[in-house]
Design a protein around this ligand. Sequence first.
Ligand SMILES: Cc1cc2nc3c(=O)[nH]c(=O)nc-3n(C[C@H](O)[C@H](O)[C@H](O)COP(=O)(O)O)c2cc1C
Length: 190
Amino acid sequence: MNLLHLDSSALGAHSVTREITAAAVERWAADAAPVRIVRRDLDAAPLPHLSAATLAGGDAVAESAAVLDEFLAADVVVIGAPMYNFGVPSTLKAWLDRISVAGKTFRYTAEGPEGLVHGKTVVIAVAAGGAHAGQPTDFVEPYLRQLFGFLGVRDVHVVRADGVAMSAEHRREAIERAVAALPAPLRHAA
Ligand SMILES: Cc1cc2nc3c(=O)[nH]c(=O)nc-3n(C[C@H](O)[C@H](O)[C@H](O)COP(=O)(O)O)c2cc1C
């Protein structure tokens, strides 16, 4: 079983999403099935923005292909998705731009778009300073659900820690609730 662990928080040891994704990965690693964990820290090692250069050829294209292969090889993808200025961090957006590839992860047919990514579980930890769950101000969870749904991923779990800037108590309780809401490890082929 392959697990891809992605973080994008810029807040290092103070990050809420890093704490939750670490708990999620620990939970999968403690499961009876052997787990191979691949770690990608999009803050420590950011991918370049999608640009003419990254589409044109050379090293940047090879890096994009490697990022896509890493995603495709994962049975479980655990993603830390902080809310920065109402959306996902640009470092996470750069990764999403690498995995959304026509002909590889989706295609258009006469009937409309078709996602090509099947059999994956995606676990997303969202954190926000304010309370945005279910509100029109949230451009994190609806965006990520749309994107992974478009790619064909059916098994998407979102856990949220909202209001973490409201008080230390809000923060602690929100993290505890998010960790408690993490899905139990599902069985994938070893
Ligand atoms: C650059 C930046 C932008 C932020 N923008 C928002 C925002 O638009 N709305 C909000 O509720 N909180 C915002 N916050 C607060 C974060 O969502 C909060 O600190 C959360 O814990 C981020 O996840 P992290 O701790 O894993 O980085 C922002 C924080 C930073 C550092």
